[in-house]
Design a binder for this molecule. Structure first.
Ligand SMILES: Cc1cc2nc3c(=O)[nH]c(=O)nc-3n(C[C@H](O)[C@H](O)[C@H](O)COP(=O)(O)OP(=O)(O)OC[C@H]3O[C@@H](n4cnc5c(N)ncnc54)[C@H](O)[C@@H]3O)c2cc1C
Length: 245
């Protein structure tokens, strides 16, 4: 079967959802969208009035089973594209995008588990698509999620994650690196080896591992997991950007 060509499409912004003080989810209707696999991303292209164009990649947050596409964008204050998407975009606006893109950082129920998902900041976005897919298919595959964020207020999809974690087989762990609410009992430091060992599952169970976030975060987490004895071939990484969280 011929692969669908990755063409630019016009997406309509149906709704904007405020996720945190710095991040919004763009709910998009994309006529002709061919469908995606959890973990994939799209390229978004903006064109200025003088014709200047610029593109950035954004992971798909929604499950393949959902209608439309959800992208969650975190504002980088001095950024060119993310402040526009988070602060300026309005429902009814149109955006150019192409995709789905990515054949490596993907997971389907059929691929099996156990799953170990490690997110730094907005690196949670493609992992959320995997968890929403798991839930949409009523899977009970053993899945562990470790989210690293600066504060509770910075954790994306926090309520939805708590609801998902009431189902069978999913454990959600958070580590807060800057501010903790009074009485916080979760992790309170940068991701380290002891934390990863506690979250599990251990190397003996052969988990499929997906790590996503800022480049330095992803590289550190991958190194730690290899040191813990995980097979490097079982680790898939998606790097969002140059700086550490
Ligand atoms: C495959 C892929 C998927 C991605 N998915 C998402 C997503 O789901 N949600 C999301 O919010 N972002 C995602 N990103 C990051 C996104 O593509 C942009 O890099 C980000 O929005 C910043 O773009 P900007 O134009 O605002 O900043 P730029 O103008 O490109 O950069 C401004 C400054 O911020 C620094 N910077 C750039 N990117 C980052 C970053 N990610 N973190 C910290 N500092 C940065 C730059 O070095 C520069 O100093 C993804 C990136 C990749 C490669």
């Amino acid at each position: 079967m011929a692969r669908a060509r990755i063409v630019w499409r016009l997406a309509a912004v149906r709704e904007l959802v405020e996720e945190t003080a710095h991040a919004k989810t763009l709910m998009l209707d994309v006529p002709g969208w061919p469908g995606h696999i959890a973990g994939q991303h799209v390229d978004v292209r903006l064109t200025a009035e003088d014709g200047y164009q610029t593109e950035r990649s954004y992971s798909i947050a929604s499950a393949p089973e959902e209608a439309g596409l959800a992208l969650t964008v975190e504002r980088i204050d001095d950024g060119e594209v993310s402040p526009y998407l988070v602060d300026e975009l309005r429902s009814g606006d149109e955006l150019e995008l192409r995709g789905p893109i990515g054949g490596h950082f993907i997971w389907r129920i059929e691929d099996g588990g156990p799953l170990l998902l490690v997110a730094g900041g907005s690196g949670l976005v493609p992992l959320m698509s995997m968890l929403r897919h798991r839930s949409a298919r009523r899977s009970v595959i053993d899945a562990r999620l470790l989210v690293s964020a600066r504060s509770v207020e910075d954790v994306l999809y926090r309520e939805e994650l708590a609801t998902l974690a009431t189902g069978d087989g999913l454990a959600v762990h958070e580590t807060l690196t800057r501010e903790r609410p009074r009485g916080w009992t979760g992790f309170a430091r940068r991701v380290d080896s002891q934390m990863l060992a506690l979250v599990g599952p251990g190397p003996a169970t052969g988990p499929r591992i997906f790590i996503c976030g800022p480049t330095a975060f992803v590289e550190r987490a991958a190194d730690l997991l290899v040191e813990l004895g995980h097979d490097p071939a079982s680790i898939r990484a998606e790097r969002f950007g140059p700086t550490g969280a």
